[in-house]
Design a protein around this ligand. Structure first.
Ligand SMILES: *Cc1c(COP(=O)(O)O)cnc(C)c1O
Length: 221
């Protein structure tokens, strides 16, 4: 195993604990999902040996065979990428938690599955980006409430062109709209390699961290 992997993991784990303490939060209340997209199954095994149990993937065609190859590992798989409605059922087979539910047609496609989900909110002005517009959030929460899915909370990616902390504060505020309809749905999936400290300060419960732990991705699509 590459010793640099264990060094990066300890450094990030330490930084998360420091940020949690700075925010007067218990580090144990924060789940770190290590995003392993574009990395081989062997890296996931190495991380598992180092104690990681939550893994994230973002592309179905890559994730499906990888999870299959790793099915002997005790792990929780998180799907964090855009979900095509026609692939939704297949993704639900191997993903325990889906972070990127963002439209009614997808809720309908997934609805019979007993899965934890996050609703992804688009905090940019670009309608092409993944995520539901904040105005449409309550309707989408209602839709999830009528299915077998368990809404855990909200997810967002901070826009590139603004302060991440303000975006995370906005997601935290929007969370009240979800918990007003589904009281247990207060989790917040936010914070990546470059901005997880800000996310922790604003209440993140699930960080999605790739490169800061895995190192650079070999190929990017
Ligand atoms: C790739 C990815 C991440 C991790 O990004 P890093 O910057 O490598 O930490 C987090 N969330 C989503 C949705 C991703 O696609």
């Amino acid at each position: 195993m590459d010793p640099a992997l264990s060094q990066r993991l300890s450094r990030v784990t330490g930084d998360i604990a420091d940020a949690a303490r700075a925010a007067h939060r218990d580090p144990a209340s924060i789940t770190t999902v290590v995003v392993t997209k574009f990395h081989p199954a062997s890296l996931v095994r190495d991380l598992h040996t180092l104690g990681v149990r939550d893994f994230g993937e973002s592309r179905h065609q890559e994730a499906q065979p990888k999870v299959e190859e790793l099915r002997d590992l005790e792990a929780t798989w998180h799907f964090v990428g855009q979900v095509q409605s026609k692939k939704a059922q297949q993704i639900a087979v191997y993903s325990h938690i889906i972070h990127s539910v963002d439209r009614e047609s997808l809720v309908d496609a997934l609805g019979t599955n007993d899965r934890g989900v996050f609703i992804q909110v688009n905090l940019t002005d670009d309608h092409e980006r993944g995520g539901v517009h904040p105005d449409a959030l309550p309707t989408l929460v209602e839709r999830v409430a009528g299915t077998s899915l368990r809404l855990l909370g909200l997810m967002a990616v901070a826009p590139l062109d603004s302060e991440p902390r303000r975006a995370f504060a906005r997601l935290r505020e929007l969370s009240a709209l979800a918990t007003a309809i589904i009281p247990g749905a207060g989790a917040l999936s936010m914070g990546m390699s470059g901005d997880f400290r800000d996310a922790i300060l604003e209440g993140a419960t699930h960080l999605r961290i790739g490169t800061a732990i895995t190192g650079n991705r070999l190929r990017e699509g």
